[in-house]
Write a protein that binds this ligand. Structure first.
Ligand code: UDX
Ligand code: ADP
Length: 459
């Protein structure tokens, strides 16, 4: 089937950048991204490119080049579905917050709604591509809905998981390690492969069965998260043995069997994928009664929660066992640098813990808007919105946040934090001036020389 029109349902962190690159590399294909969230679509259509809803280096330039030519953002979902030969489902699949599987299983409500919508409006054959990360065998459910509620037309389901990491999304999309396509119909697989082959070499386009493709995505995220939890577990041991975790990471990373990437000890991993996908893996394993498999992967989450908790406990202990009424400046709120995404960010949990201890928290992040900080905290439901308003301030500049602070907690590895005038910051902070570097981005000896009491991870 020749693809001339693509529709992508879901204009989020995955759908937006992925479709922008597909449009750029396939000028002959009309790509329409639709979303139920009208505000989000309006932001994607904003003539001021700094106001796009997703911040990713290089994204605005591609949107500028393609928008209005062959890339469109719209709320007319039915129209876009009906006219496209290929439909990507790129909606969110959060962890369930209710009922069976609460706190572990993926909530497939949005996927199901999309499938029903496609079935309702489609009048010609379609290739339906699962882009969102899904539990194994979701394709079966999608197919069943399409076949049983559709208008008697043919649907081919493909799984095409996205491996991009936020902050480097455009780079990852332009030169992916691999593109994975799982499916039953060879013809449908080749249609999708032809879209990618505009810029991805053939030998990097992997074709598998549907289930291998779905499971590969969960497994990739589980392995990546496991590396972070592994090095974080060693960081705690380092703090008790005078070993330095960055030196250990370098030494083991030079073993080509281990590899050097993803060995940076930190305050804990965040992001919309790692925790959700591992919980999902654990849930699936348990549902087949594979309890050892489930326990094994669950430990990766337990370690990550411990790392976040350990960071705030250490801060409190060092500040003479109380942060009550003390100003703690948190630098960074995003779950990693170069993104405005805050989902599952360690900063949220550290702040929550400090607020429980009655700290006055002041936040500065170069890309996260003020309202997001409050909504992230309110979402936890630990205290009233009013209390969050009263005890948390979000600053426009880092220096405002750091002024008169008792301690600084570095939560995100934004490059600009390294270049701040730390001497000036020291002069304006309460003494002794404490720095808790949750990302090991500053130079310990320089910080000590200025006069700071400097604590990092695993050193
Ligand atoms: C991840 C996967 O990398 C990507 O392939 C998948 O498509 C989605 O999930 P993402 O969550 O966007 O991507 O970012 P990633 O770079 O993987 O970082 C995840 C978290 O781990 C961040 O909080 C990051 O700071 C942390 N991390 C990463 C570390 O603490 N140390 C490391 O060495 C690497
Ligand atoms: P991801 O990181 O997976 O891209 P996001 O939450 O950033 O997740 O984006 C998912 C998008 O999908 C949201 O903008 C949401 O409004 C949209 N969405 C969810 N359900 C539907 C639906 N049934 N129809 C259209 N859009 C939807």
């Amino acid at each position: 089937m020749k693809v001339e029109k693509i529709c992508c349902i879901g204009a989020g962190y995955v759908g937006g950048p992925t479709m922008a690159v597909i449009a750029q590399k396939n000028p002959g294909i009309k790509v329409t991204i639709v979303d139920i969230n009208a505000e989000r679509i309006a932001a994607w259509n904003n003539s001021d490119l700094s106001k796009l809803p997703v911040y990713e280096p290089g994204l605005a330039e591609i949107v500028k080049e393609t928008r209005g030519k062959n890339l469109f953002f719209s709320t007319e979902i039915d129209k876009a579905i009906d006219e496209a030969e290929m439909i990507f489902i790129s909606v969110n699949t959060p962890t369930k917050t209710y009922g069976k599987g609460k706190g572990q299983a993926a909530d497939l409500k949005y996927i199901e709604l999309c499938s029903r919508n496609i079935a309702k409006v489609a009048t010609t054959d379609k290739i339906v591509v699962e882009k969102s990360t899904l539990p194994v065998r979701t394709a079966e459910a999608v197919k069943s809905i399409l076949d049983n509620t559709g208008n008697g037309i043919n649907f081919h389901i493909l799984s095409n998981p996205e491996f991009l990491a936020e902050g480097t999304a455009i780079e990852d999309l332009l030169s992916p390690d691999r593109v994975l396509i799982g499916g039953e119909s060879q013809e449908a697989i080749e249609s999708l492969a032809s879209v990618y082959s505009s810029w991805v070499p053939q030998d990097q386009i992997l074709r598998t069965n549907l289930w291998s493709s779905e499971l590969s995505k969960l497994t990739a995220n589980a392995f990546l998260a496991q590396r972070v939890s592994s090095i974080n577990s060693i960081s705690e041991l380092c703090e008790h043995t005078e070993a330095n975790v960055d030196e250990v990471a370098k030494a083991i990373g030079m073993d080509s069997r281990i590899g050097s990437k993803f060995l940076k000890a930190s305050v804990g991993f965040g992001g919309s994928c790692f925790q959700k996908d591992i919980l999902n893996l654990v849930y699936i394993a348990r549902s087949y009664n594979l309890n050892e498999v489930a326990d094994y992967w669950e430990q990766v989450i337990i370690m990550n929660d411990h790392q976040k908790r350990r960071f705030s406990d250490n801060l409190i202990k060092t500040l003479y066992n109380t942060v009550s009424g003390k100003k703690i400046s948190m630098l960074g709120w995003a779950f990693k640098k170069d993104t405005n995404d805050t989902r599952e960010s360690a900063a949220i949990y550290v702040a929550d813990h400090l607020l429980n201890e009655q700290a006055q928290v002041s936040v500065y992040d170069p890309k996260v808007p003020k309202q997001k900080v409050y909504s992230d905290l309110n979402y936890l439901n630990t205290r009233s919105e009013e209390e969050n308003e009263n005890n948390v301030t979000v600053s426009e500049t880092p220096y405002e946040s750091l002024k008169n602070a008792h301690a600084v907690a570095i939560m995100t590895e934004w490059d600009e934090f390294k270049d701040y005038d730390w001497k000036k910051i020291y002069n304006e902070m309460k003494k002794p001036a404490f720095v808790f570097d949750g990302r090991n981005i500053l130079d310990k000896s320089k910080m000590n020389e200025i006069g700071f009491e400097y604590y990092s991870i695993g050193q």
